[in-house]
Design a binder for this molecule. Structure first.
Ligand SMILES: [Zn+2]
Ligand SMILES: [Zn+2]
Ligand SMILES: [Zn+2]
Length: 257
């Protein structure tokens, strides 16, 4: 299974519009961070977690050939507003989309045009919406997409409930600032982890870099990558500052498990 980091940046992306800070002016490609998303592919199944605002650019860059399913962590704009660009993947079959109740409700409102009857040739993505219910979360029901199975992990993103996803010994926990106790149990045995770490300064809805390091330690991951990074941190500096087993994620990073 190969996990590709499609985007490793915060909601503004890095560089940020109208900013001339050293990170936004950096010539290191690792500091070019599109909006947070990953692609999981095992050779027969291809799944995207979040259709970020930069999805089109990411799909072209990584030459993603097919998409069999979309898992959505939450409905903030930076995580879903690239949805329309999945159209080329839905010509043959509609793609199933999975999210918690809040996410799917927001999806219906935000993308109302998809579900309205319109003239032919309107070019809309063909998707089916699937709610991951609280009962599913309690009973640890896995989401099966062809050959891959995902366990949704409830997380707190400020006051809202969002989802991370675990597949085997890998977990993707973007956009969170706390992990409920029951979710730590669901993460037992995770060896490879991608986790939200916005910056060093505190933030009301995102883990700081030090909080993310602490969460990774509690989970016991062997290798952790920090994502959803903002323009406070230069890749080169952060890489040097982080302890062993923890590294900054970057666009195009491939993890083979
Ligand atoms: Zn975000
Ligand atoms: Zn900047
Ligand atoms: Zn968010």
């Amino acid at each position: 299974m190969t996990i590709t980091v499609l985007g490793s940046g915060t909601s503004f992306g890095v560089p940020s519009i109208n900013c001339n800070c050293p990170v936004c002016s950096s010539e290191d490609p690792h500091d070019d961070r599109t909006r947070a998303s990953i692609w999981i592919d095992d050779g027969s199944t291809s799944v995207i977690i979040d259709t970020s605002t930069d999805f089109r650019r990411q799909a072209l860059r990584e030459k993603i050939p097919t998409v069999d399913g979309l898992l959505i962590t939450h409905s903030h704009a930076d995580h879903i507003h690239g949805l329309d660009d999945i159209r080329p993947y839905t010509f043959k079959n509609p793609i199933p989309v999975y999210g918690n109740e809040w996410t799917i409700t927001e999806f219906r409102e935000r993308f109302a045009y998809i579900f309205k009857k319109t003239q032919r040739g309107g070019g809309k993505p063909r998707i089916t919406l699937n709610i991951i219910t609280n009962d599913d979360l309690k009973t640890e029901r896995q989401i099966d997409i062809k050959t891959l199975s995902f366990l949704p992990i409830p997380l707190k993103h400020g006051e809202i409930n969002v989802l991370g996803f675990r597949i085997g010994n890998f977990a993707y926990l973007t956009d969170c600032n706390s992990i409920p106790r029951e979710s730590f149990k669901k993460l037992e045995g995770v060896e490879y982890l991608i986790i939200d770490a916005l910056r060093y300064r505190p933030h009301p809805t995102h883990f700081t870099i030090n909080e993310a390091i602490e969460a990774a330690r509690l989970i016991g991951a062997r290798q952790t990558w920090l994502t959803h990074l903002c323009h406070d941190v230069l890749h080169k500096d952060l890489k040097q500052e982080l302890p062993d087993g923890i590294a900054p994620a970057f666009d195009g990073l491939k993890i083979v498990i």
